[in-house]
Every structure is written in C-alpha cells, then in structure tokens.
Design a protein around this ligand. Structure first.
Ligand code: ZN
Length: 248
C-alpha cells in the first residue's frame, strides 16, 4: 500500500483504508449522495498510508511560496515537503498553520470537494475530450485520465486562490489520441494523459498566471506568450520538469 500506483483510485473510496490493500476496484463512480473523504485520523509528519497520499493530492498546489521546481511527492509518506504544503494550505484558508491535519483542516479539504469527486470550482466535464465528451482513447485508461484530471483540479484550486479567487476556464483538458492528432498536438502531449489543462483567466495576463503556477507544483508550463496558459504535472508521470519560459 505504501507504493500505490499513481493512478490508484482506492483512496477515493469512503472507508477504503479499512477495505484492505490490493483490491482492484476499477473506475469509481461517485454520484448522488454527498461525498467527503473519510479521514479517520489526524495526520502529521512521519505517518504513512493511503490517506496521506490523498492529502498530498489535495495540497499539491501548495508546495512552495516562491517559484521553484518543487512538488509534493504523491508517495503516501508524510515528510517535510508535505508538511510545508499543509502549512501553506492552512495559512491560505485562515487555519492555524501547524502542519498537522486535524478535523478543521480535514473539513476545509473536504469543503473543496464536490459530490462527484471533482473540486469546488472545476467539473469533470471541463476536462473531458472535446469531441467524445469522455476520458476514453488516450494513452492511459479512462479511469487513470480522470484521476489525473482530478489531481489537476486541486492544483488549479490553489492557482485560483493565489490569483485572488478569480474564475479559471479550462479550454482543453484530456484529449484522445485521435482528437490530439487532428488538431496537431504533440505526439506525447500531456493532454493524452489527462494531466494537462489549457487555461483562460479573464482579466489576468498569462504571464501572471504562469508566475503563480510556478508555485503550484506544475512541472510543465508552456510559454505564456500565447492565447492560453498550458499547465501540466508531467513530473507526477515520471517526466522531467519543463518550464518553457524558465522562472519568470
Ligand atoms: Zn496544452
């Protein structure tokens, strides 16, 4: 359980911690009743587990307050990097920034989640392939692509917060291989994995978006000199960091 797959969705399930490891549950469809992650303990530095991985996903947009190739490792191991991210998250949301994830912080983390597992200000429909309306046909399974989109949403929540709670529009998220080829996308585009998003932030310069994104754990940033800002988390997929304009 400590080295769970990057695409493991087990952690999304209520009560998953007691459900046992190694059970392949497949795509998780969360709909209908209200859903919140069932944090079963206060988390602090030194702990390990699937709940730590879920925490890391949710604070991954807060790895650092200054630009740098810094990301929260999604490894289920609550180390110094996770604690630093928790403190920045807590500070941003007016909580005591002690780096310990107790009930108040857990409540704030859950407040950012919608009933289908998406986040407060982003919907899965914004991330699905624009032609098919699904997460099918990419370089990973639909479930994996959807999970990557979910993870992107938490970073985008952080970006939105840092920009002053301004609305962010996702013009393109996941793309199927076929659609990506049709529009001339790169053959190994991060959009094919669901981890990328092309953003439009009305009233905010792309350069400003880029600069804030430098503090949100995004390991892929295309130039801000276009009509949108591309962000992705390629390092989560084992790729090297790539910031096209460097640190600006
Ligand atoms: Zn893009």
């Amino acid at each position: 359980m400590t080295s769970s797959s990057p695409f493991n969705r087990r952690t999304l399930l209520r009560g998953s911690l007691a459900a046992g490891a190694g059970v392949a549950l497949g795509p998780v469809l969360l709909s209908g009743s209200a859903y919140a992650y069932s944090w079963s303990r206060t988390l602090s530095q030194g702990m390990t587990g699937a709940d730590v991985t879920e925490l890391q996903i949710r604070v991954a947009g807060w790895p650092t307050s200054s630009p740098g190739h810094t990301r929260v490792a999604l490894d289920g191991d609550f180390g110094a990097g996770t604690a630093a991210a928790v403190r920045l998250f807590q500070s941003a949301y007016g909580l005591s920034s002690d780096g310990v994830v107790g009930p108040a912080t857990q409540a704030q983390l859950n407040a950012l989640q919608q009933s289908d597992g998406s986040t407060s200000h982003f919907n899965f429909s914004e991330f699905t392939d624009r032609v098919s309306g699904t997460f099918d046909g990419g370089k990973v399974s639909a479930a994996a692509a959807k999970e990557n989109a979910r993870r992107a949403m938490y970073k985008l929540e952080a970006l939105r917060k840092k920009l002053g709670n301004v609305p962010i529009t996702v013009n393109s998220g996941f793309r199927s291989i076929a659609h990506n080829a049709d529009i001339g996308g790169a053959s190994d585009s991060m959009h094919l994995y669901g981890t990328a998003a092309d953003l439009d932030v009305p009233g905010v310069a792309n350069k400003t978006v880029y600069q804030k994104a430098e503090t949100c754990g995004f390991s892929g940033l295309e130039t801000y000199n276009t009509d949108h800002q591309h962000v992705d988390s390629r390092a989560d997929l084992g790729r090297a960091w790539w910031w096209e304009n460097g640190t600006v």
